[in-house]
Design a protein around this ligand. Structure first.
Ligand SMILES: [Zn+2]
Length: 107
């Protein structure tokens, strides 16, 4: 199997898989030694999904609409994500840009 990015021959390796910065363990993946591209087989995908569910991370991605409030923009945080990061009304958060994205840190 060749890498879709750089056409280098890929080899199977055990690689650490992280979701939202949390390690879910090591799983077998076809890995490109040149560009780092990886490709998980179906069995590994099932194991990763099971580990994600066990860690309480599965389904923790939400798409929400940004709303206009005065001159600011408000973003609603879904209950499931707020509970996961222990965010409660009235708490302070720190917002900053990073590599073109917006990071919101619960402090
Ligand atoms: Zn590659």
């Amino acid at each position: 199997m060749k890498c879709i990015n750089c056409k280098t021959k890929m080899k199977e390796k055990l690689v650490e898989h992280k979701e939202f910065g949390v390690s879910l363990g090591k799983f077998p993946a076809m890995t490109c030694s040149k560009c780092g591209e990886r490709f998980y087989g179906l069995a590994a995908v099932d194991k990763i999904q099971a580990a994600s569910k066990k860690a309480g991370l599965f389904g923790k991605v939400s798409r929400v609409k940004a709303a206009k409030i005065g001159n600011s923009i408000a973003i609603r945080v879904p209950k499931e994500i707020a509970e996961f990061v222990h965010l409660k009304p009235g708490m302070d958060v720190v917002i900053h840009p990073e590599s073109g994205k917006m990071i919101v840190e619960v402090v």
